[in-house]
Write a protein that binds this ligand. Structure first.
Ligand SMILES: CC(C)(COP(=O)(O)OP(=O)(O)OC[C@H]1O[C@@H](n2cnc3c(N)ncnc32)[C@H](O)[C@@H]1OP(=O)(O)O)[C@@H](O)C(=O)NCCC(=O)NCCS
Length: 427
């Protein structure tokens, strides 16, 4: 590594400090020559205050055990039927990989701990087939994992779940990693596997897919593609839909794969990312009450121009809301001025309970995207008290009121609010 690499890494630190990364290591990667290098990379992540949770698979070790013992396995993935014999071998394989990871982490002076944080129940009988000792995840013991992270201990989690009666079940490790990332609101979920990433039908590496494109791709996923990748893509889509912003699928056999993927713009594998605008939608009539509630306080403190239900109903097609868990937590209006190719961003408000989570910025970006797609050349807004926010966080610049479309300028002068006029050119 040279100095510029180090500088590159340092640039990401404010963004990632104290964030949780769930790293899922296929059994074959834990057995690969590159594994010691990977552990050094984990040490780098820890040294820049990234909280690491390790999940591992065991398929490779299970297959080796079955060859060694001349025993047939009922399943190697944790998805099919796990009979008693296969389960016993799974426990041996899981202990082996866990200890291998603990040993390697010890060699890098990293404290770690094997856990029983996956609470599971039997997968049960489906369509008449008894899955025996295959389990399904009931929940993750989040306080336990968070406690370990708080104490700078890396939790190491194998593909085995536990119930309250002292029984254990075999679970698919991709699913464990996905549930863990969702439960911990992880910044990233990273699958380290023996493939370079997701390949298109011509065998070219796909660098990025947003969650919708990933879903489309998964639907048409060619039968010739390896099952491991299909599984990872499926779990990546679930994770992105359930709050994990980014999931990476990378080749864990490559030296510095982990660092290159995390600390560079281009990465080396495939990144699947959540659609950050998914929560924004056009307002409907039934949202008017929620919008009024959101803007009541800013109106009282002169941050937003007063408007009533009838005003909102009249301009409803210009309003957008940010919805989380069926609750409206943000709103804005984007008014068109076609004659001058300008659009106005107005009435932006975020619920107090949801401030400082980037919702305001997402709505600003959405307004820009929307106005630009509709062919407008400039987005402007008027602000009395939040103008610093729009300038610092939204990249707006102050302008003279003369830039306003005529009808807006007349209204501006009439209100006497003396708002600052801000604008942003659109591409
Ligand atoms: C202004 C507002 C939309 C910001 O929404 P938000 O979702 O909390 O903002 P984000 O999460 O995108 O950004 C938060 C950042 O902006 C900063 N910020 C928030 N309000 C600010 C303001 N009025 N002036 C300067 N900075 C501000 C926060 O300190 C935080 O900074 P950090 O990232 O450095 O920690 C929200 O506070 C709000 O609804 N205010 C009342 C209504 C209003 O004034 N609307 C503007 C009408 S024109």
């Amino acid at each position: 590594m040279n100095v510029s690499d180090l500088r590159g890494i340092l640039a990401y630190i404010p963004q990632f400090r104290e964030k949780v990364f769930v790293i899922a290591i296929d059994g074959a990667i834990a057995a690969s020559e590159n594994f010691p290098n990977l552990v050094l990379d984990l040490a780098v992540l820890r040294s820049v205050a990234i909280k690491v949770v390790l999940v591992h698979g065991i398929a490779h070790q299970l297959k080796q055990l079955s060859l060694l013992l001349h025993t047939d396995l009922s399943d190697t993935t944790g998805i099919g039927i796990t009979d008693q014999k296969t389960h016993e071998l799974s426990l041996i394989a899981s202990s082996k990989v866990t200890f291998q990871i603990l040993e390697a982490l010890s060699a890098s002076d990293l404290r770690a701990c094997a856990t029983n944080a996956i609470i599971a129940h039997p997968f049960g009988i489906v369509s008449g087939v008894d899955y025996q000792l295959t389990g399904r995840i009931n929940k993750i013991d989040v306080p336990f994992i968070e406690y370990l992270l708080q104490k700078n201990i890396i939790p190491v989690i194998g593909p085995i779940g536990f119930d309250g009666e002292g029984k254990s079940y075999r679970i698919n490790s991709d699913a464990v990693a996905q549930c863990m990332a969702e439960a911990l609101h992880a910044e990233k979920l990273i699958y380290l596997t023996t493939y370079p990433g997701i390949l298109d039908n011509e065998g070219n590496l796909i660098r990025e897919l947003d969650v919708q494109a990933a879903q489309e791709f998964h639907k048409n996923f060619s039968k010739s593609q390896p099952e491991q990748l299909r599984s990872k893509l499926e779990h990546a889509i679930h994770a992105c839909k359930n709050g994990v912003n980014r999931v990476h699928i990378i080749d864990g056999r490559m030296d510095e794969a982990l660092l290159s993927e995390i600390f560079s713009n281009t990465g080396i594998g495939t990144m699947i990312y959540a659609n950050q605008y998914e929560s924004i939608r056009p307002a409907r009539k039934k949202d008017i009450g929620a919008i009024l509630k959101l803007i009541q306080e800013p109106i009282e403190s002169d941050e937003i121009l007063p408007r009533k239900a009838v005003d909102i109903a009249r301009d409803l097609q210009s309003y957008y809301v940010f919805e989380l868990d069926k609750q409206i937590v943000g709103c804005m209006a984007v008014y068109p001025y076609p004659k001058t190719s300008q659009a106005e961003l107005a009435c932006l408000s975020v619920a107090k309970s949801h401030e400082n989570q980037g919702i305001g910025r997402k709505m600003i970006h959405y307004a820009e995207k929307l106005a630009s797609q509709q062919g407008f050349k400039q987005l402007f807004l008027l602000s009395t008290r939040a103008y610093v926010y729009f300038m610092q966080k939204g990249g707006f610049k102050e302008a003279d009121p003369s830039i306003l479309p005529l009808e807006r300028k007349i209204k501006y002068e009439k209100t006497g609010r003396n708002s600052k006029v801000l604008y942003k050119p659109l591409q």
